[in-house]
Design a protein around this ligand. Structure first.
Ligand code: MLT
Ligand code: MN
Ligand code: ZN
Length: 305
């Protein structure tokens, strides 16, 4: 299985257009220890011809340009993206669907019914898309034996309900319901190798932890370093956990959890907010991650499993 990090940043990207936090400011002033990042998305394939996109970021056109495998050029209009899987209905994970509107057939779209509800009501993106390519919606079952997608051979998927947060426009905001956010286990059917992907993970639960323990690589929520990061900066009144993102540091934080995984498990953070000090390769926080064997993903990173 080949996994490509298309976008490693949280909503807003890095640098964020209106932000002058220490990271965004240092980047604009030419720091070479920080690299620009687009918004949260990955692509995966087993046969390397047929890809599934996980989340459709507003930066998707730039991401596709940067990854030629997604454009095999077999016909006048072509793509190697055979399906799109949405883990939630957040702006940073869904608005890229607008950029795919020239597709010649309806997009094969996989998401939970609660996510679809949000995308036909609070943010009626799927209704607007009906006037373009439209979508062929597949409900994502939670847990169980998993499922595979037509057109994406060799890959089995399992969606795990997890506690994060629905978008601000959703009637479920601050009232998590099973399915409004999911993690995904991707298994290469022939090798059995497995990736666990959860860019939004607010709280550890036993079934999520069990899935992480059976993965060869976990690609998980790296949004904020401290729970009060946005408050301390004066950027927001919300804690990391309020927003549905477990911080890396502190008690019950992501580092503590990742430390309990086997040493052989590859541990990678994704969906990193522009304020997070780990973006600076020379920061002491980045050193802490290195000591714990935790990697920070970047746009264009590839994971072979
Ligand atoms: C989040 O995960 O909380 C989002 O990145 C927020 C957003 O896209 O505005
Ligand atoms: Mn996000
Ligand atoms: Zn910033």
């Amino acid at each position: 299985m080949r996994v490509r990090v298309l976008g490693s940043s949280a909503g807003g990207g890095f640098p964020q257009w209106n932000c002058n936090c220490p990271n965004c400011d240092a980047y604009r002033k030419g720091s070479i220890t920080l690299r620009a990042r687009t918004q949260s998305s990955i692509a995966a394939s087993v046969d390397q011809d047929n890809w599934v996109l996980f989340n459709a970021s507003p930066d998707i056109l730039e991401q596709i340009k940067a990854f030629p495998a997604l454009q095999p050029a077999r016909a006048l209009r072509d793509t190697a993206i055979k399906a799109v899987f949405l883990i939630d209905a957040q702006i940073d994970h869904t608005t890229g669907l607008y950029m795919l509107r020239e597709h010649r057939q309806p997009l094969e779209l996989w998401c939970h019914a609660l996510v679809r509800d949000d995308l036909v009501s609070g943010n009626p993106l799927l209704k607007v898309l009906e006037h373009y390519c439209g979508v062929n919606w597949h409900d994502v079952p939670l847990g169980g034996a998993g499922f595979s997608m037509d057109g994406v051979p060799g890959l089995r998927l399992e969606a795990l309900p997890l506690i994060s947060n629905a978008p601000p426009y959703s009637p479920h905001r601050d009232r998590p319901q099973p399915g409004d956010n999911v993690g995904a286990s991707l298994t290469d059917i022939s090798s059995g190798k497995r990736l666990f992907y959860a860019p939004g993970l607010g709280q550890m639960e036993p079934h999520v932890w069990a899935a992480m323990q059976t993965a060869d690589c976990v690609l998980v929520d790296g949004t904020l370093w401290t729970n009060d990061e946005m408050i301390t900066l004066g950027a927001s009144a919300k804690t990391s956990r309020d927003m549905g993102h477990m911080p890396q540091s502190g008690p019950d934080g992501m580092i503590e959890w990742l430390d309990k995984l086997p040493a052989s498990t590859r541990k990678v953070l994704i969906h990193i907010n522009n304020t997070n000090p780990i973006l600076d390769e020379l920061s002491p926080q980045r050193d802490v991650l290195r000591e714990h064997g935790i990697e920070v993903s970047f746009d264009g990173m590839e994971i072979e499993l």
